[in-house]
Design a protein around this ligand. Structure first.
Ligand SMILES: Nc1ncnc2c1ncn2[C@@H]1O[C@H](COP(=O)(O)OP(=O)(O)OP(=O)(O)O)[C@@H](O)[C@H]1O
Length: 575
């Protein structure tokens, strides 16, 4: 008898569920190992004893009494949750002979169930975010098959979930390599990849990143930015720029005021140059009228029917200058636009290109410029085929090119190619005799611009202008007169000394703008970046004023490059 009992006990002990049985009198007859572990009680303390006494919270004696089973009841014992089934035991005649409870620890299951709920919540949250973002999102699994897209994706590409989900990642691509596949292959994120997507062949830039779960690559998520609108706007801007450039080429030699020998000699030289196809270089300080001369030469030349394209080499970022001048082919660099770009030289074909601040071009571009001057051909960025262009080059600079050549900053061969017909435009302080004529000329021009009727200037005011040094040359004189007109009341027709701004203070807004003043109560919580920018703008403004708007002098005084000065002026709206 001993052995079978022990065997049964052994079997019952190997069961993971806890077993607790009582006889008809409610005394414990069975208490297996799992039950002992879960209850934390030894068999010796429990077996043969009334269950209600030894096991608190048990309801087995109640089941015994009622004869009704209690199924799937959960109960907290300490910090574990127990699921119990309690069943009465009956003999063949239906008499209750005892009761048994089977129970197990379901704490882990409960925890997992809890997690499932929060996972579900997280999914809902993620969906809400993904669906509400304006950027198109697409997610693929580790095999590259479509897993998720958002409404913005459908709006942008014209493709629906049906077209994309569970399909290879190439389904949406009209042109370009799948970034998802790239990410899955390398495990690395990619940024700003240009491509065309969907049946509408939308131009987009794509960022994509790997999805890594527990160290395993589980997929890739891509964010797609629509750039077609930006392209459309930049094309429009480009067209407007071209139009402005064409409208700008309106000055002739008649518009150059001055009767001093120095100026007349320059005009004479320029007139002769206009008749030839030769390259001209205009030398002179900022504001002396170099651009005016370039227009006049173009208008007086046989090319006057062609385009006049002005390029300020210092105002274009160094990295873009080559592609702006010579153009580029489609896809030659990130951000390159569809169909490539013609470039200023190609635009000026049959006309004139005016390269202002030619001393600012870097050695790479110098080589290409030399090629145009020698061979009359250009090579677009990303292309190897040369294209013929028929362009007259007028260059201008205030830089000491000879010194730059000596220091190796400017190619000697290019210098000689440019220097075929130099025209030196004298600074205003060396031809003060031109001031009265210029004043009358500029007042007529300003009257038109401002809708005024100012007839002249008083001798006293003119004397002040004659005595001044004009570091900013004719541009500064124009600014001074412009401010004088603003200071005059309607009906006043003669510029008086009181109308003139303090000389040397005529550039930009003249006086500091209110927002440039230090905040009245001291520091008002702006970020350091904002304060630094405000301060920098003010310093630039004052330095420009001190130099009468002469940019070369201003850059030198501030110890920055001319290019950097142009960039800052552009940024702070001081151009
Ligand atoms: N002799 C002149 N007669 C009439 N207006 C002039 C004369 N010289 C210059 N100006 C006027 O002065 C302003 C500055 O001239 P311009 O832009 O041609 O100078 P710039 O030498 O090209 O200057 P920068 O080197 O700074 O570009 C223009 O408005 C121009 O019309």
């Amino acid at each position: 008898m001993e052995r079978p009992e022990t065997d049964i006990e052994r079997i019952l002990d190997s069961i993971h569920e806890g077993l607790l049985a009582v006889d008809a009198a409610g005394r414990v007859t069975l208490f297996n190992r799992a039950a002992r572990r879960l209850m934390g009680l030894s068999a010796a303390r429990v077996l043969g004893r009334p269950v209600a006494e030894v096991i608190p919270n048990t309801r087995l004696h109640l089941v015994l009494k009622s004869g009704r089973a209690e199924l799937d009841r959960t109960q907290q014992v300490g910090n574990i949750t127990i699921l119990t089934n309690r069943v009465p035991l009956k003999d063949a005649a239906g008499r209750i002979t005892g009761a048994v409870a089977v129970f197990r620890d379901i704490s882990e299951i409960e925890r997992l169930a809890g997690e499932t709920v929060s996972l579900r919540e997280t999914r809902t949250l993620l969906h809400a975010i993904i669906n509400s973002t304006q950027d198109a999102i697409s997610v693929v699994d580790e095999h590259g098959l479509g897993l998720l897209i958002n409404p913005a994706y459908t709006r942008l590409t014209g493709l629906t979930e049906e077209d994309v989900l569970n399909r290879p990642p190439t389904v949406d691509i009209a042109e370009g390599e799948s970034v998802h596949l790239q990410v899955l292959r390398t495990g690395r994120a990619v940024r700003n990849v240009p491509m065309k997507v969907g049946p509408k062949r939308k131009e987009v830039l794509v960022d994509a990143a790997p999805i890594v779960v527990n160290g395993l690559l589980k997929g890739s998520v891509g964010v797609i930015h629509d750039v077609s609108e930006i392209r459309r706007l930049s094309d429009e801007l480009e067209r407007a720029r071209r139009l402005i450039r064409r409208l700008e080429a309106r000055y002739t030699f008649e518009d150059i005021a001055g009767e001093s020998n120095e100026l007349l000699a320059a005009v004479e030289q320029a007139r002769k140059a206009a008749e030839t196809p030769a390259t001209v270089i205009l030398r002179g300080e900022s504001g002396t009228g170099k651009e005016l001369f370039a227009h006049a030469i173009h208008q007086a030349s046989p090319r006057c029917g062609g385009q006049f394209v002005r390029v300020n080499c210092a105002a274009i970022p160094e990295t873009l200058l080559e592609s702006e001048l010579f153009g580029y082919v489609e896809g030659s660099f990130t951000g390159a636009r569809r169909g490539g770009r013609k470039g200023y030289f190609a635009e000026a074909d049959g006309g004139t290109i005016f390269l202002d601040e030619v001393g600012e071009i870097n050695p790479g571009v110098q080589v290409k410029l030399l090629r145009v001057l020698q061979e009359h051909e250009i090579v677009r960025v990303g292309d190897s085929r040369p294209l013929n262009v028929d362009v007259r080059v007028i260059a201008a600079t205030n830089a000491n090119l000879e010194q730059m050549v000596r220091r190796g900053h400017f190619r000697e061969d290019l210098y000689y190619r440019l220097n075929v017909l130099p025209v030196h435009i004298p600074p205003l302080r060396r031809r003060r005799g031109d001031v009265p004529l210029l004043v009358n000329f500029l007042l007529r021009k300003l009257n038109q611009e401002y809708g005024r009727n100012v007839a002249g200037i008083s001798p006293e005011a003119l004397q002040l202008l004659m005595n001044y040094d004009w570091p900013g040359n004719v541009r500064e004189l124009e600014n001074v007169l412009g401010r004088a007109l603003i200071n005059m009341k309607r009906g006043e027709t003669q510029v008086q000394a009181v109308h003139l701004p303090p000389l040397g203070m005529s550039v930009g807004e003249g006086a500091a703008m209110p927002e440039d003043e230090a905040p009245p109560g001291g520091y008002q919580g702006e970020t350091l970046a904002v304060l630094r920018e405000r301060w920098e703008r003010r310093v630039l403004q004052e330095a420009l004023q001190k130099n009468g708007g002469n940019r070369t002098r201003t850059a030198r005084m501030l110890g920055i490059s001319l290019r950097s000065l142009y960039n800052k002026m552009e940024r702070y709206g001081l151009v």
